[in-house]
Write a protein that binds this ligand. Structure first.
Ligand SMILES: [Zn+2]
Length: 467
């Protein structure tokens, strides 16, 4: 019998961590940071209920910080084992963790200098020095097909279509001659999107399915993303404003660059400067171009067989690496587009840009990703009249535009499509990585369409898997 404990992404969309215990071994699947409300963020500072020294191995579904961002703490707390992931995920995780440590240091320094933190002595969860040991623990497993993590744990990976390298993982546990299959959906992406291949549902019959439910209660709006983006760029440029897009440097940034380049080439928008305000954006874009195993056919065609096409590069591209360069964007008074982290406005340099531009009605903010409860991004989405930035209330006069068409997560019917492709009903299904309403809505939809029982996972609950 295997035991599975939900150490995160249960009742919320962040902090993904699942502990599998079987055959006397412990395997951790993902190790994400909690983001969003203060209560969630405080969990990042609490020790795991299981001693990290006793965990034997770990594996990752993809590089996003809510699946990898707690690894430096895990290592600091004594985990020294291997962390398996495919090559693209290892490379993305490397730049993401470095950037995460760097941003935390920047934010902490800023909070200390300006004394607006609720903590007497704000401290970073981890620093750049804590990241290096983790990078040495990252070990390669194949992008697709099977791989033995240990004699007890065998894993097969399938494209999840969410970000570069993202996978659904099918874990086969061998214990006392018996096999138990656990499928981890990871974050499921979109069908028929640009750049990446479609999600693939793992083909084996699962004893247990751990399925994400981020958009379990919602569909993404219809509408052609290119057309919508063209409309807003033209509208804002005409009134002399600028556009701020809160976005992490990985995934959505490349999607926006792809569409902006296409629209420029088709002369459907004017060429305006695009500032990608992230020290790691260029490395991330290079990785997107490098890992051709993830590209769908159309993107491969646009790149050309010699790889010389440049579909992810706009004409007036500016990359900012240092804080000084980032602040210099404040002096740009003519129309421009600024893409800056974090995607949920929970921290990072986008705060400076919003502090600068949110009070001007000529400007616009595009919210393209999921905005978790308790984040400033959610507040903007829900029509907040002002936003607290660096201890100041900044009035929200800029146009706030939601563009769910750019989401990297499957909408409800896409989740159902992924589930429909399962070869047989899983014996047990647990819904994770969703706020309660989303997970419950998906639970009801599964019950109604497939007549399976699905449970909504609860934080720190442990369940038994297999017979
Ligand atoms: Zn993700």
């Amino acid at each position: 019998m295997a035991k599975l404990t939900f150490l995160g992404a249960a009742g919320c969309v962040t902090g993904s961590k699942y502990l599998v215990e079987a055959a006397g071994k412990r395997l951790l699947v993902d190790c994400g940071i909690f983001q969003g409300s203060q209560e969630l963020q405080d969990r990042n500072y609490k020790p795991l209920p299981v001693d990290p020294k006793t965990i034997d191995c770990a594996m990752l579904t993809h590089a996003h910080l809510d699946h990898t961002g707690w690894l430096p703490v895990l290592a600091k707390d004594g985990y020294h084992g291997p962390i398996f992931a495919n090559p693209a995920t290892i490379e993305l995780t490397t730049i993401l963790l470095k950037d995460s440590a760097h941003l935390q240091e920047e934010d902490t320094l800023h909070a200390q200098t300006h004394k607006y933190s609720r903590h007497a002595e704000p401290r970073a969860l981890y620093t750049t020095d804590d990241v290096d040991p983790v990078l040495k623990q990252l070990k390669t497993m194949p992008r697709s097909g099977g791989f033995d993590i240990s004699p007890e744990f065998h894993v097969a990976s399938y494209d999840a279509g969410h970000i570069l390298g993202s996978s659904s993982l099918e874990l086969t546990i061998t214990e006392g001659g018996r096999k138990t299959v656990v499928v981890f959906s990871g974050d499921i992406g979109r069908y028929s999107q640009v750049i990446l291949k479609d999600p693939t549902t793992p083909p084996s019959k699962a004893d247990a399915l751990i399925c994400e439910s981020t958009y379990g209660d919602r569909e993404h709006p219809d509408g052609n993303p290119a057309e919508l983006l063209a409309q807003i760029v033209n509208r804002v440029v005409k009134r002399g404003g600028s556009i701020v897009i809160p976005s992490f440097a990985i995934g959505r940034t490349q999607t926006f660059m792809y569409y902006l380049r296409q629209l420029e080439d088709q002369q459907r928008i004017p060429r305006v400067p695009v500032y990608v305000d992230s020290p790691m954006a260029l490395s991330a874009t290079d990785l997107y171009l490098k890992h051709r195993e993830d590209h769908d056919l159309e993107f491969a065609r646009e790149e050309g067989s010699d790889g010389k096409g440049d579909p992810l590069n706009v004409h007036e591209f500016h990359l900012t690496r240092s804080v000084e360069e980032s602040k210099a964007i404040n002096d740009v008074k003519t129309p421009c587009i600024i893409i800056s982290a974090s995607g949920m406005v929970s921290g990072g340099r986008v705060l400076h840009h919003l502090a600068q531009r949110l009070s001007d009605a000529r400007n616009a903010v595009i919210l393209a990703g999921f905005q978790a409860e308790g984040t400033r991004g959610r507040a903007l989405q829900e029509g907040a009249k002002s936003l607290k930035l660096f201890g100041q209330d900044v009035p929200v006069c800029a146009e706030i535009v939601e563009m769910g068409q750019f989401s990297a997560h499957a909408g409800k019917s896409e989740l159902m499509r992924w589930l429909t492709a399962l070869p047989a009903p899983p014996r047990q299904t647990y819904l994770t990585h969703g706020e309660p309403a989303a997970a419950q809505a998906l639970q009801a939809a599964i019950q109604q369409k497939f007549q399976w029982k699905a449970a909504v996972a609860r934080y720190l609950d442990a369940v038994t898997i297999g017979s």
